[in-house]
Design a protein around this ligand. Structure first.
Ligand code: ADP
Length: 171
């Protein structure tokens, strides 16, 4: 069974096979973790992103990692929170699933996720943690190359929620 871990930190520093970016549909960079990833990866990243012609909400696309310790970046587009009745949970779960599918297709072993949609996109953190962990656990029931999934929490609220959800229940 693959390992699920939570840490507090900066996802751009993680030496895993792929880090996931909480991107927007343009894939051309933005604020928050997206901006941090583009700054750390360097200007070559946006050139590759331009060739991808955007990405739909709930989907993800792969690029190289350039100056990051991680050789790959999976750019996932989370939903903007609009009250919860606009398919947000399915779209958020889809981001996690599609990212894992792409990592598996590349035969990658380790992947780090940020807390997609919980910053500028306003998804309630307590609801997002549930969707994220459930989606990842469901995906990992299948045969996959992935052996380690790290949830990288930037803020203490998310860290506390992930620790409670991951370590206080035996599933
Ligand atoms: P979104 O638009 O999907 O909400 P944000 O980048 O605004 O994306 O926020 C997503 C999450 O990423 C937030 O929980 C935020 O605290 C976190 N975050 C911001 N910078 C970093 C970073 N360098 N490493 C990891 N997580 C980060």
């Amino acid at each position: 069974m693959p390992i699920l871990r939570v840490i507090q930190g900066d996802i751009t520093k993680q030496a895993v096979d792929a880090i996931v970016n909480a991107a927007n549909t343009s894939l051309l960079g933005g604020g928050g973790v997206d901006g941090a990833i583009h700054r750390a990866a360097g200007p070559e990243l946006v050139f590759e992103c331009r060739m991808l012609h955007g990405c739909k909400t709930g989907d993800a696309k792969l690029t190289r990692g350039y100056r990051l310790p991680a050789p790959y970046i999976i750019h996932a587009v989370g939903p903007v929170w609009r009250g919860g009745a606009h398919g947000e949970a399915d779209l958020l779960a889809s981001c996690y699933r599609r990212s894992l599918e792409i990592a598996n297709a590349e035969n990658l072993n380790s992947i780090a996720f940020p807390n997609i949609s919980t910053g500028i996109y306003g998804y309630p953190k307590d609801k997002a943690v549930e969707v994220a962990i459930t989606a990842v656990r469901n995906y990992l029931k299948k045969q996959t190359s992935i052996q380690e999934v790290i949830f990288v929490c930037f803020d203490i609220d998310n860290l506390t929620l992930y620790e409670q959800r991951l370590y206080s229940q035996n599933e």
